[in-house]
Design a protein around this ligand. Structure first.
Ligand SMILES: Nc1ncnc2c1ncn2[C@@H]1O[C@H](COP(=O)(O)OP(=O)(O)O)[C@@H](O)[C@H]1O
Ligand SMILES: [Mg+2]
Length: 228
C-alpha cells in the first residue's frame, strides 16, 4: 500500500476576541491508500477541525498536509478547488443536502460544479445516468424526485454518500456519519462504507463513539490535540 495522506506538525488555534482555543497541537498522521481508518475522540477534541484541514476546507496555522506527496498549501486556487470538488468526498453528520433540489439534483451537483457551463451541457446526460446508478446502488432508485426533507435520516445520509461519490473521490472523509441516526439505521450506513472500502475506496471516518469506530479496519485516537 502507498501513503495517500501525510499530515505533519499540524497546529490549529481558534481566536475569538481575547480568548483562544488551541485545538490541534502538532498533530502527525499518515494514511494508507485503500484503508478504512476511524479517528476516535471526545466531543470538542478537534475531529471536525482535522477533517476540514485534511479536505482543504480549512487551513492549519502551521504544519503541512501532503496528498499523494504534494503539499496542499502549495496548491493554487484552481487546483485547490479541483481538489475539494474531485479528489475528496465529504459526508457530514447533518447531511448538508440542499432542500430546494431533488435527490437526483443533489447527487448530480458535484458534477455540475466540476466544469464550465459548456462542458456541463455535453456531460449532462452521462452525469445524470451516473447519479441514478449511485442512487440505485444505495437503494434510493424510487426516491429520485423526492426533496431531502421528504426522506428519513438514513435515506438522507445515503443520498449524501452518493453525492460524495459522484466525482469518484480518491478519499472519502466522513464526519460522524451516523451521529444523527438510530443504531440500526447507523449500522446500514456503516455497512455501506464497509462495502465501499472493500471495493477499494479509501475512507477516514471520525466519531466519538467507540462502537462505531470498531466498524473500521484501523482505529486511532485524537486527544489533547494529537494522535495518541
Ligand atoms: N470556527 C470556530 N471558531 C471558534 N472555535 C471553534 C470553531 N470550530 C471549532 N471550534 C472549537 O474548537 C474545538 C474543537 O472543535 P471540533 O473540531 O468541532 O471538535 P469535534 O469535531 O471533535 O467535536 C471545540 O472546542 C470548538 O468549540
Ligand atoms: Mg465534530
Amino acid at each position: 500500500m502507498s501513503e495517500i495522506i501525510n499530515a505533519a506538525g499540524i497546529h490549529k488555534t481558534y481566536r475569538m476576541g481575547r480568548t483562544s482555543i488551541e485545538v490541534l497541537k502538532g498533530l502527525d498522521l499518515s494514511v494508507e491508500r485503500g484503508s478504512f481508518l476511524a479517528i476516535i475522540g471526545s466531543s470538542g477534541s478537534g475531529k471536525s477541525t482535522l477533517l476540514h484541514i485534511l479536505g482543504a476546507l480549512d487551513r492549519a496555522d502551521a504544519g503541512t498536509v501532503q496528498f499523494n506527496g504534494s503539499a496542499l498549501d502549495k496548491f493554487g486556487a484552481r487546483r485547490l478547488n479541483q481538489f475539494r470538488n474531485k479528489t475528496v468526498g465529504f459526508v457530514f453528520q447533518f447531511y448538508h443536502l440542499l432542500d430546494e433540489l431533488t435527490v437526483l439534483e443533489n447527487v448530480t451537483l458535484p458534477a455540475m460544479a466540476a466544469g464550465g457551463t459548456f462542458a456541463w451541457l455535453t456531460r449532462r446526460k452521462s452525469a445524470k445516468k451516473k447519479a441514478m446508478n449511485l442512487l440505485e446502488r444505495f437503494g434510493l432508485g424510487a426516491r429520485i424526485t423526492h426533496k431531502p426533507y421528504q426522506l428519513s435520516g438514513g435515506e438522507r445520509q445515503r443520498v449524501a454518500i452518493a453525492r460524495a461519490l459522484m466525482n469518484d473521490p480518491e478519499i472519502l472523509l466522513a464526519d460522524e456519519p451516523t451521529g444523527n441516526l438510530d443504531s440500526e439505521t447507523g449500522n446500514g450506513i456503516l455497512d455501506a462504507l464497509e462495502e465501499l472500502n472493500r471495493d477499494g475506496q479509501t475512507i477516514i471516518m471520525v466519531t466519538h463513539d467507540e462502537k462505531i469506530a470498531h466498524r473500521a479496519c484501523e482505529i486511532i485516537t485524537l486527544a489533547d490535540g494529537k494522535i495518541v
